[in-house]
Design a protein around this ligand. Structure first.
Ligand SMILES: *Cc1c(COP(=O)(O)O)cnc(C)c1O
Length: 236
């Protein structure tokens, strides 16, 4: 508890420092706490420190947490973001439980999420995941195809297009990190100029948060620096 709380304070301070250093508006960068593999108690501890936006990567784990918090702590009004790879046979539980999805990289997935979104819920808030590194193995659509996917998503009534997300390849230098993030920012500006509701550029993790903020990130996704190292032994 103590640790999670002080880690959150520390990250908020770092975000504030980076906003100031790079001439960004105060509070223009939101913090998404990535709680994948972490127990519910860790989420609760973060909530007690004021955190309300959480990111999950695994469908079953995420849905279980969401149901638990809706049942026992609905007053917290947590906002849940799905940030992991999406298999098309797993779209239904995502669409029925989450508030946001960051990892849409093809139309088929967007269409299924749209069709499966329950009517009593607000539209799902979505981001197009872009792969700027051009590596075959990484998920995300190529930058050249992102505008087309954004246009298709914008036409789906149960999805609200909010922007872009990216996980650039891990590179060693700050300059290289910045270069990849700057590419994303250019693409984001193009999409934002076409769709007035677009306001979210999800980029930056524990290891590259500062470069992401310099380039224009509006949401950093931080796991390790809040909750500590992850134990994947129960994941395949
Ligand atoms: C795990 C994960 C994060 C958090 O990474 P850390 O390095 O632990 O901060 C952010 N984004 C995505 C998509 C992730 O899968």
């Amino acid at each position: 508890m103590q640790t999670i709380q002080s880690n959150l304070e520390h990250i908020h301070q770092q975000i504030k420092d980076s906003e100031r250093k790079f001439g960004r508006l105060t509070h223009s960068v939101q913090l998404l706490a990535v709680s994948k593999t972490k127990p519910k108690q860790a989420v609760l501890d973060a909530c007690q420190a004021g955190q309300r936006q959480f990111g999950e990567n695994y469908v079953q784990e995420g849905v279980e947490k969401i149901q638990y918090f809706q049942e026992h702590h609905n007053d917290l009004a947590i906002e849940w973001h799905f940030i992991g790879p999406i298999q098309s046979n797993k779209t239904r539980p995502i669409s029925e439980s989450f508030d946001w999805v960051h990892s849409i990289d093809r139309l088929k997935i967007a269409q299924r999420l749209n069709d499966q979104r329950p009517n009593h819920l607000d539209p799902l808030q979505v981001l197009v995941q872009v792969n700027t590194s051009g590596e075959e193995s990484k998920s995300g659509i190529n930058a050249s195809q992102a505008l087309e996917l954004a246009a298709a998503i914008n036409a789906l009534p149960n999805l609200t297009l909010r922007g872009l997300m990216s996980i650039p390849a891990a590179v060693s230098s700050y300059e290289e990190q910045l270069q990849a993030f700057n590419q994303l920012k250019d693409l984001f500006d193009q999409i934002k100029s076409q769709y007035p509701q677009v306001d979210t550029l999800s980029m930056g993790m524990s290891g590259d948060m500062e470069a992401a903020i310099e380039a224009g990130s509006t949401m950093v996704r931080i796991g390790t620096a809040i909750f500590g190292a992850r134990d994947y032994s129960n994941k395949q």
